[in-house]
Design a protein around this ligand. Sequence first.
Ligand SMILES: [Zn+2]
Length: 60
Amino acid sequence: MQEAWLQLRCPDCDKHWEATPTDLPSPETAFSCDECGGERPLSELMKTKRDLELLRSFGQ
Ligand SMILES: [Zn+2]
């Protein structure tokens, strides 16, 4: 399977990073930012709608 990279952004501290869908839990999972420790649903950290859709398409 082709590996897609998702763009993530923390709304609290503006940290940007990338991850593959296989590295990430489901979109509803609370996710802690490495930088500021802020906890948000993973879906809120997706930088664009496309990233969120990709994440959803991988999550079973
Ligand atoms: Zn943060």
